[in-house]
Design a protein around this ligand. Structure first.
Ligand code: B12
Ligand code: SF4
Ligand code: SF4
Length: 336
C-alpha cells in the first residue's frame, strides 16, 4: 500500500473540510502521560469534572479506544479575531478594571466549536471513506476504523497534537504553535489507517514564566500543571450551584472562561484573525455590559446564546457569575 498517497489524501481531505492545520502521530502507548494524568487525578485537580477520571488509561493509549489503531490524526481550528485582549480591557488585579464590564473568553464569542468541528469531521470522514478503498484495495468501515472526537473523547488531545507536530504544550498546558500562538481548538481522529507520522514539535517556552506569573489565582501550580479547581475557566463554566465567597472573589471580572495566561504569552503576538465566520464575535460578546447580562431572562439568555459555548453554563450559571463580578467590582471601588 502507498502510505505516502494515503497520508496525502487524508491531509488534503482535512484541509478541504475546513481545518486550519493537520498532523499525524503514530498510535502507541504513552506511559509517562498516563502517570502524569494519574497523579493529577489522584490530587483531585480535575475538581468538578468527574468525567475526567473515567478510564484514564485510555487517554494515553489510542489502541485501547480503537481496535487495531495505527495513527492519530490531529486537527487545529483557528479562532482568533482582531478584537482586543482581555488584559487590555478588564482588570487583572483590579487596577485598570472597566467598571460595569465583564469578560467572556474569546473562544466563546461565536458559535460553539464542538458543533463547528463535528460538522467538519463528518465531512472529512465521508470524503475519506469515499476515496480510501481504492488506495487500500479493500473496504473501509469508517464507523469502526475512524473514530473522531472533540474535547469529551478519551484522548489527551494536546499531547497527541504535540506529537503530531501542531505545537508544543506550554507551561500553561495549552498547545502553542510557534508561528501562530495558541488561539485554536483541537480535534482528533484515531484510525486504523497506517498513516505516516509527522515530526513532534519541541518546547519553545525556555525560561519564560509569564503565564505562571500572570495567572490571578495561581492555578498553574507547576510548569505544565494546571490545578483545575483554581482555574477561572472551571469556576465559571464547570462549577454548578452557588460559588463559595472565597471562590467568587477569584473570578475577578470573568463571567465565562479566562484568557489571561494566553493573552500574556509572547507567541500570541504572532496570532492572526482566523477569518472564520463561525467564530466571529457576535454583537455584545467582547467586554459585555454587566447590566445587560443581568437583565436577561431565561428566554433572553437562550435567544442571545443560541449555539454558543455559553449555553454550557446555563442561564442560572451565567447570572451567578455576573453577580460575582458585580460584587468583585463593588468591593474594589469600596477599597479605592
Ligand atoms: C479538562 C479540560 C479543561 C480543564 C482542565 C485544564 C487542564 N489544563 O487540564 C479546564 C476547565 C480548567 C479547562 C480550561 C481551559 N481549556 Co480546556 N480542556 C480540557 C480537556 C477536556 C481535557 C484536558 C486534560 O486532559 N487534562 C488533564 C491534564 C492532566 O492534562 P495535561 O494538562 O495535558 O497534562 C499533561 C502535561 O501537563 C504533562 N505533564 C504533567 N506534569 C508534567 C510535568 C512536566 C515537567 C512535563 C514536561 C509535563 C507534565 O502530562 C500530562 C499528561 O499528559 C481538553 C480536551 C481534551 N480532550 O484533551 C480541553 C482543552 C485542553 N481546553 C481547551 C481550551 C481552549 C481551554 C481554555 C483556554 C478555555 C478558556 N478560555 O477558558 C482554558 C485554559 C485553561 C488552561 N490554562 O488550561 C482546548 C485547548 C486548545 C489548545 N490550543 O491547547 C482543548 C484542547 C479543547 C479543544 N478540543 O480544543 N480545560
Ligand atoms: S485560564 Fe485564567 S485562571 Fe486558568 S490557568 Fe489561565 S490565567 Fe489561570
Ligand atoms: S507565556 Fe511563556 S511560559 Fe507560558 S506558554 Fe507562553 S512562552 Fe511558555
Amino acid at each position: 500500500m502507498d502510505r505516502v498517497a494515503l497520508t496525502a489524501l487524508v491531509k488534503a481531505a482535512a484541509r478541504e473540510a475546513g481545518f486550519s492545520r493537520v498532523g499525524v502521530a503514530a498510535a502507541h502507548d504513552r506511559p509517562e502521560d498516563a502517570r502524569h494524568l494519574g497523579a493529577w487525578l489522584d490530587a483531585g485537580m480535575h475538581g468538578p469534572m468527574a468525567w475526567m477520571a473515567k478510564a484514564p488509561e485510555r487517554r494515553a493509549d489510542p489502541r485501547r479506544v480503537v481496535d487495531g489503531a495505527a495513527a492519530v490524526i490531529m486537527l487545529a481550528l483557528d479562532y482568533d479575531s482582531d478584537a482586543p485582549r482581555s488584559i487590555d480591557v478588564v482588570g487583572r488585579d483590579g487596577a485598570s478594571a472597566a467598571q460595569g464590564t465583564g469578560w467572556i473568553s474569546r473562544y466563546a464569542w461565536g458559535d460553539d466549536y464542538h458543533d463547528v468541528a463535528e460538522k467538519r469531521l463528518r465531512g472529512l470522514t465521508d470524503d475519506v471513506a469515499r476515496q480510501v478503498p481504492a488506495l487500500l484495495g479493500r473496504d473501509f468501515d469508517a464507523a469502526r476504523e475512524f473514530r473522531w472526537m472533540v474535547d469529551y473523547g478519551p484522548l489527551l488531545e494536546r499531547r497527541w497534537a504535540q506529537e503530531a507536530g501542531l505545537g508544543w504544550q506550554g507551561k500553561h498546558s495549552l498547545l502553542v504553535d510557534p508561528q501562530r500562538g495558541s488561539f485554536f481548538f483541537l480535534a482528533g481522529i484515531i484510525t486504523t489507517l497506517p498513516l505516516l507520522p509527522d515530526a513532534a514539535q519541541t518546547d519553545h517556552c525556555g525560561s519564560c514564566t509569564r503565564c505562571i506569573d500572570a495567572c490571578p489565582t495561581d492555578a498553574i501550580v507547576r510548569p505544565y500543571v494546571v490545578d483545575a479547581r483554581r482555574c477561572i475557566s472551571t469556576v465559571t463554566i464547570e462549577t454548578r450551584g452557588e460559588l463559595e465567597p472565597g471562590v467568587a472573589a477569584l473570578v475577578g471580572d470573568h463571567v465565562f472562561g479566562c484568557d489571561i495566561c494566553q493573552d500574556v504569552c509572547p507567541f500570541n503576538r504572532f496570532s492572526q484573525a482566523s477569518g472564520e465566520p463561525a467564530f466571529a464575535p457576535r454583537p455584545g460578546s467582547v467586554a459585555p455590559s454587566l447590566v445587560d447580562l443581568l437583565g436577561l431572562d431565561e428566554d433572553g439568555f437562550r435567544e442571545r446564546f443560541r449555539r454558543s459555548p455559553l449555553k454550557r453554563a446555563k442561564w442560572a450559571g451565567l447570572l451567578r457569575n455576573v453577580r460575582a463580578v458585580v460584587a468583585n467590582q463593588a468591593a474594589r471601588s469600596a477599597g479605592d
